[in-house]
Design a protein around this ligand. Structure first.
Ligand SMILES: Nc1ncnc2c1ncn2[C@@H]1O[C@H](COP(=O)(O)OP(=O)(O)OP(=O)(O)O)[C@@H](O)[C@H]1O
Ligand SMILES: [Mg+2]
Length: 280
């Protein structure tokens, strides 16, 4: 099985966000695995500076250790933007060529190609530097111009996604866990998403213990209502699985160690297909 032999077409573009530690990487890895198992070519994009999507996806630790994040590829950044990373105030290309990069840079396993971005800085008004110009151009390209399915493991919020990129994402999945702080982040994501013209924000509950589903639903609804916002559709509920923590600590892929989580991700695939067919 190779990456190229996978299904392309108008691949779905998904971005996973949410408060620190809620399970963004876990959910992104499970979804990437499910799409790949169904034959889609998947670009799994690790946009978190503390990259660990590759480990959750079962890539070889030795290979992962040798991966240089795009943000740290000084030569490439200089070649494409015309300026060295760290240079401030000088001229550099804001729209560098990036279309050949996914093929050149990614690690491949089955139908999954992993791209490690490194520290993406906030888009727009944030960091005007060559490395961020390249990273933003690459994210934009992945979301707007690729046929592949794209799953982006983001940092907490949407600050790192430019407006054009955000609009190209089919759905932002905001992960929540039982606990108020994750609902607050979800609410902040929903507000930012509206300002950016994002199409869909869907909530995914994770680490849900027995009998907690109602609590999460109620808590999230109350948080949104308290700010005069529509409720977020809750499209999946991943149970708490002690085995996930163990697998993460040992660097084993989550889909292998937690069949129950993989099953929920399989169901989520179907729900997303239906959701994305509905008019926005
Ligand atoms: N359903 C689950 N049940 C139990 N533990 C889980 C579950 N999902 C994730 N975890 C564990 O919670 C921890 C954080 O998960 P993960 O790394 O996916 O979160 P994250 O949101 O990506 O974190 P960060 O903000 O640090 O990037 C990990 O140890 C992971 O194994
Ligand atoms: Mg993570």
């Amino acid at each position: 099985m190779s990456f190229e032999s996978g299904r392309g077409g108008a691949g779905v573009k998904l971005a996973v966000c949410g408060k620190g530690g809620v399970g963004k990487t876990t959910v992104a890895a499970l979804l990437a695995e499910v799409y790949a198992r169904r034959g889609y070519r998947v670009l799994a994009v690790d946009a978190d500076p503390d990259a660990n999507l590759g480990a959750a996806l079962g890539f070889d630790p030795g290979e992962l250790a040798r991966v240089v994040p795009v943000a740290a590829m000084d030569e490439l950044i200089a070649e494409r933007t015309g300026a060295r990373p760290g240079s401030v105030g000088g001229w550099f290309a804001l729209n560098p060529r990036v279309d050949d990069l996914p093929e050149r840079l990614g690690l491949v396993r089955d139908h999954i190609r992993l791209l490690v971005m490194g520290g993406v800085k906030p888009a727009g008004g944030g960091c005007a530097c060559p490395e961020n110009a390249l990273l933003q151009a690459l994210l934009r390209h992945l979301v707007l111009q690729r046929n592949d399915t794209v799953v982006v493991d983001l940092e907490a919020g949407l600050e790192h996604v430019g407006r054009g990129t955000a609009r190209g994402v089919d759905a932002f999945l905001v992960v929540v866990e039982p606990g108020r702080r994750s609902y607050q982040t979800a609410r902040a994501v929903a507000v930012a998403a509206r300002a950016l013209g994002v199409r869909r924000v869907l909530a995914v509950a994770n680490k849900v213990g027995p009998g907690q589903e109602k609590v999460v639903r109620g808590g999230l609804e109350a948080e949104m209502a308290a700010h005069g916002l529509e409720p977020l559709p809750l499209v999946a509920v991943f149970p708490y699985e002690a085995e996930a923590v163990q697998a993460d600590a040992e660097g084993r892929p989550v889909y292998e160690s937690c069949p129950r989580l993989l099953q929920v991700a399989e169901d989520l695939f179907g729900i997303l297909q239906a959701e994305l067919e509905r008019p926005e």
